[in-house]
Design a binder for this molecule. Structure first.
Ligand code: ADP
Ligand code: MG
Length: 622
């Protein structure tokens, strides 16, 4: 709720709407207790007194009635009618929408054809027809306005429900023996409620206008009862001689409808889950940096991640996703980073180019040096120039990283042209060459394909081609083969290996599969709960894993021709990084843990190339 209000008030127009509307609603609520004159008391000799007259702050109307008092009572009436009409339309419309969306088939057909019929008439005409049939009066106008707005709710809610009704949680509820009513009320309704609220907040202004319109035409409120519409209707005859009653009522209607619409837009944006996921919280263009402590000194490496600390600050919780991670690569070298899901591999990779979403991400310590220059806290322009040009990424899911609506050739050309001012023809030529480099057959015709026209393996090749587009020095591949089958995986790995040898690329290869590391990487770093627990040459680590966790990870990889071996899964789950135990984070799952493993900080130690963060390593490392 607090989050909703915060999001809502970030939209300044919505905030203005909320303030104006609250004032109006408050005044309408306290109207009966205000020392106002009788709104119906006529005083013909004093008709059309101008505003600011003694005793009549807003003057009087054509019957000498006090405008101020009439304005308050009229506003109260209009707001009430609009609100009730919106409630009726929302309740009936949503009930129709949910029912037809949930049951489908014939029920859906009958309800929707009825709704279509309502929608086939211009709705103010339909409203007038309904009032004509029921007889003029505010209640009938209210019913008419509610009825003509039912289709809007019914259609909206049906659309959402149709999607929800086929989802697994509804099947699960059916299997659990829940009846239709309970499923609709407890499974579906909570999911469509935000949509109903959104639809209401954006239509209530309309309904006030429509009821005012009917009253204006004399079909709504009948004297002595008055709402803003009928007041405007009364004042219309004297618009040119005595405009003030029309103007005052006009401004009131304008303010009400305007503030409701502004607020409604804000509510819609704040409640819409698609917008809430980020569009409104507007992540910064590069990750926030708030570094305390010393900044490590430069090294000789091409890319050096030094004592990196990246956290997520959510509410008052701190998730230490990356904690004191040091990794380096040289040209032509492939470094594997391995660990279970959630161990902080992706966050490490994204921190390099400041791509961790902020908020909530914050880099709180360490440095990332490219050729000795620190990138953490570098100006956005500099990072932008380097992204894709010096350091590029390959992500796990090529379908979600390629734009679905553009041809792949155009996307490749865009990647090139965003860093190099080359002509379209030249960019196209390079795009074809890139596709050939990643061994896509028929590159000339393939560049006209859309992503959905390619297979998963081909798409990932396009992803790699895009990463290569500007001849980067470093490629960070975040589980690039996880979504692919093993044969395609082998091809992609071979391709990356060739590229690295041909071009002297440095590769940071993130994976959770030791088999892949063995095939491709010179060195490997094992991550657990945001820290590196072991690091060394691949052969070394594979032959003599020192950390119990590494050993268990290696034991998870099946090998051909090995006969019957029990594939050991690691029992338990990785810890949640907001609440790490002291000492070794793996201790609770480790069968060798001793009491001292859960105390104090354990350092990454070792002689030579292999280092390990363990008090009782599996092998004494030389
Ligand atoms: P993986 O090793 O599977 O790539 P990640 O680097 O994606 O893992 O995530 C590391 C940790 O950071 C996880 O524990 C995850 O819960 C946490 N994390 C990632 N993104 C966020 C976020 N936006 N808010 C809070 N925590 C996050
Ligand atoms: Mg990941």
């Amino acid at each position: 709720m607090m989050k909703f209000i915060k999001l809502l008030f970030r939209n300044q127009l919505a905030a203005v709407g909320a303030v104006i509307l609250s004032i109006i609603v408050f005044l309408a609520l306290i109207t009966p207790f205000l020392p106002l004159q009788d709104p119906g008391a006529t005083d013909l000799p004093n008709k059309f007194l101008p505003p600011f007259t003694e005793g009549h702050f807003l003057g009087t109307d054509h019957l000498g009635r006090d405008m101020l008092s009439r304005l308050f009572w009229g506003t109260r009436m209009s707001l009430w009618v609009g609100f009730v009409a919106a409630m009726i339309a929302a309740t009936v419309g949503s009930a129709i929408g949910i029912t037809s969306g949930y049951f489908g088939g014939r029920v859906d057909n009958i309800f929707m054809r009825f709704v279509d019929m309502l929608m086939a008439f211009p709705y103010i005409l339909l409203a007038m027809a309904i009032v004509a049939a029921l007889g003029p009066g505010l209640n009938n106008a209210l019913i008419a306005v509610a009825v003509v707005n039912i289709p809007f709710f019914a259609r909206n809610i049906r659309g959402i429900t149709v999607g929800l009704a086929q989802r697994e949680f509804v099947d699960a509820a059916k299997l659990a023996g829940m009846g239709h009513t309970r499923i609709i009320l407890f499974e579906l309704l909570p999911n469509v409620l935000p949509v109903i609220v959104i639809a209401m907040s954006t239509t209530i202004g309309w309904m006030i206008l429509e009821t005012a319109g009917l009253s204006f035409l004399g079909l709504g409120s009948q004297p002595p009862q008055a709402d803003l519409g009928s007041m405007l209707g009364d004042a219309r005859d004297d618009l040119f001689t005595d405009p003030h009653p029309s103007v005052i009522v006009g401004i009131a209607i304008f303010l009400i409808v305007m503030s409701i619409n502004l607020l409604g837009d804000g509510v819609r944006d704040a409640l819409d889950p698609r917008l809430r996921s980020g569009a409104l919280s507007r992540p910064l263009p590069s990750t926030m940096v708030d570094r305390g402590g010393d900044i490590p000194t430069p090294t000789e490496d091409l890319l050096a991640i030094q004592n990196l600390e990246t956290q997520f600050h959510v509410g008052n919780r701190i998730y230490r996703a990356v904690n004191d991670v040091t990794l380096t690569v040289k040209p032509g070298e492939c470094l594997g980073v391995i660990g279970e899901s959630g161990s902080g591999k992706s966050v490490t990779a994204l921190s390099v180019m400041g791509l961790v979403a902020s908020p909530p991400g914050v880099i709180t310590g360490g440095a990332v040096r490219y050729e000795g220059n620190d990138l953490i806290g570098a100006p956005y322009e500099k990072l932008r120039q380097m992204r894709g040009d010096k350091v590029s990424y390959i992500f796990q899911d090529p379908l979600s990283t390629l734009h679905p609506l553009y041809r792949i050739g155009d996307q490749l050309a865009e990647a090139i042209q965003s860093h190099h001012p080359v002509s379209n023809a030249e960019a196209r030529k390079r795009a074809i060459k890139l596709l050939k480099d990643v061994r896509i057959p028929n590159a000339e015709s393939r560049i006209r394909n859309y992503p959905h026209e390619m297979s998963g393996g081909m798409r990932q090749r396009v992803g790699i081609a895009m990463a290569l587009a500007n001849e980067p020095e470093v490629i960070i591949a975040d589980e690039p083969t996880t979504a692919l089958d093993v044969t395609v995986q082998a091809q992609i790995l071979a391709l990356l290996d060739d590229l690295r040898r041909d071009r002297g690329l440095a590769i940071i290869f993130i994976t959770h599969d030791f088999g892949v590391v063995a095939q491709l990487c010179d060195r490997v770093a094992v991550m657990y709960a945001g820290r590196i627990v072991e690091q060394g040459l691949t052969d070394e680590v594979l032959a003599h894993p020192a950390h119990p966790y590494t050993k268990r990870l290696i034991a998870c990889v099946p090998e051909l021709g090995e006969g019957r071996r029990v594939l050991a899964a690691i029992p338990g789950l990785p810890p949640i990084v907001s609440d790490l135990p002291p000492g070794c984070a793996f201790a609770p799952r480790c069968d060798k843990a001793r009491p001292e493993c859960s105390q104090g900080d354990i350092a990454l130690e070792g002689a030579g190339s292999q280092t390990v963060r363990c008090l009782y390593p599996e092998e004494d490392i030389k």
